[in-house]
Design a protein around this ligand. Sequence first.
Ligand code: UDP
Ligand code: MG
Length: 309
Amino acid sequence: MKINIVIPCYNEQEVLAKTIDVLGKLSERIKQETGADTQLLLVDDGSKDCTWLMIKEAAEAHPFVSGIKLSHNRGHQNALWAGMEASIDHCDAMVSIDADLQDDENVIVDMVRQLQEGKDIVYGVRKERKTDTFFKRFTAQAFYKIMQMADKEVIYNHADFRLMSNRALKALMQYPERNLFLRAIVRELGFNEGYVYYDRKAREAGESKYPLKKMLAFSIDGITSFSVAPLKFITFIGLVMTFIAIAMILYALVKYIQGEVIQGWTSLLVSLWFIGGIITTGVGITGLYIGKIYTEVKRRPRYFVEEKI
Ligand code: UDP
Ligand code: MG
């Protein structure tokens, strides 16, 4: 049995040597405990530092390391996709893990065991986030809560640390969308699902490649690419407002007939701003989806491979 571990790397020179070392030791353990052969596939997502150089050196030094270099920074999800597409003909299952080793690599052994018991997709789920800063923990948890409101199928506290069997991978590759939000698409595949639980660790070295701006963009992108819940929500608000408006018209007419025409400057001003705000938000959300349609119909390629080793 062959397992490919896919590791997207973007400017990870500080942590890469350690990652390769740790995962190399882990593959020996996987061999001992489950009999499976492990190969590391490092995907350089257009890094600007020495990441690719280090991947090349590692691939020359160790037979279990290989790498691909994308021609430009395409983002975590696309880099992962590139790695999965490259592994599909070479492995029985693929595990995706971040380069910073924040996810406990030791549970991969358990993932492989579950694969041997017939599971197709094994999700890594974080138990706690003690080591994250308060801010990261808070924003991440709010994000998972909102995602669950938009789509109940999403697994709470599961990011992109998972094992997928070859047939699950092949099924995933049939999804043509360009706006990738893997953790939600994978959930749609079905097959036999399993879970492993672990504590999230601190980053080994280097800093997060997801600053607040990117994190926000990723959340909005994620939610709008797999759920139309925001559109439904804004339609609902629009309906409620229409009903309020009907009541208001009746009220105004009655007052007019009674001859009690009041000045009402404040209420007018307030409702003007309120309605304006809601309309603009509604148009904005609709616009987001139209933007998505725009990128989808262009069918642009997800990435280009510049070099392989
Ligand atoms: N990453 C990537 N392309 C990007 C940004 C990040 O391939 O444009 C990789 C990065 O190298 C890491 C993983 O995605 O392996 C997760 O990034 P990070 O650890 O910075 O995110 P966080 O854990 O802080 O959410
Ligand atoms: Mg990280």
